[in-house]
Design a protein around this ligand. Sequence first.
Ligand SMILES: [Zn+2]
Length: 444
Amino acid sequence: MYSSIEIEWIKHLILDYLDRYFIENIELNKDRIYFATVDEFINGGPGFYILLYPNNSFVYPTKFREINVLDTVFTIGEKISEFQNLEENQYGFVKNSNSGFAPSWDFLSLVFPLLKGEYEKLIKQDHLGRVNQNLDNRPSELLLTPFFNEFIALLVATSYDGKLKVLNPVLKCPNVFLSHDCDLLIGNDYFTQLIRCYKVFSNLFKLNFSGAFIKFKYIILNLIDGKKYYLNSISYILKLEKKYGYRSSFYFLNGKIARYGARSNLKVIELAISLIPDGWDIGLHYNYNTLHSEVNFLQQKSQLESILSNIVFSGRAHYLKYSNIDDLLFYSRMGIKVDESTGYSERQGFRYGIGSPFTPFNVFSSKGDLVTIPLTFMDSNIVLSDFDKLVKHVSKIGGSISILFHNDLVNNPEYEIFLGLYEKLLQVLKINNFNYKLPSDLIK
Ligand SMILES: [Zn+2]
């Protein structure tokens, strides 16, 4: 069964989430949210019950139902056997004889292993020591389902007893966290040019002359001007964000120079930082050699702090390199308050089943104060039609999404497929009334 600290944590996440995305005086009585067994619910009084079903072995559910309410589509689990004779309301909740409500499916068994990171521990790691995202066997539509957000939306709707046709009157604006990992600030460093040279020869070898020519062209272009399409893209990002009324966070990779580490020297990083106006956030892109190395991490952090003349409180792991969510306790101990590492680079969606910043379990149980903003979309994994659909869905149920766009891809003709994409994303967010939020907003 769940331990008392685990239940306390889930309750904290629910109440924190309600405060973030719902207006203050919703019908749902927050003091009447109970965690109870099936029997306790059946014999219980009025209120809202979250079922404690035995969860000894975790098996990811394979059977789901879709319900079409509140002007969007929700995914819920199968009705549990004990409730077969109880009638469900339109939101999939059942009622006891004293007007107490509970979801008809086992919500906790679905969401708890995702949020706590139990699910990802079942997945083998890749050569970088991360969860191998390709072995996460969730179909893409389930990875794109914010189960936690959907449950809360249905819970709030149930408290209105079917009187709400849509949730918008009781929702605050949905949020977007925009961010940029600044891995590459110049296009003519030794490693970037060496990779291009390799591609010139490998394309020639395959008789792909146009491919070889393109790579050769950018060797020359960046020899003439290293900042073009790299450092200069920071101004492009800022211009776009100002146009649409958004702000973002920039994460800088300083410290140890390659392999897998930084490729820009401190002078270039200083120059890039000087372009970023007040009101935008700047944080640390944790270098490849820093996970679980206090010395390396603090060295990198204090180097960036000396450029900023400010304390660094937010960051994201380079290559999203961490083994599982428990590793975030290390960052919390290193003084990071807001982390953005928790997502997949090649797969879009909600790795932890939630579209909102949240405190990982072991940080909560050790009384740390780090929140992580799960990464939903990244430049290289966005499918625009899915993005469109999900942004609309979140605007109807509440929550946050987050987007990472690298500065070296956002406006670089060498990577044509990304040209104009960031602006399209901002347009979709604007149309759907998303407000921007920054890591600094989470620690005020
Ligand atoms: Zn990176």
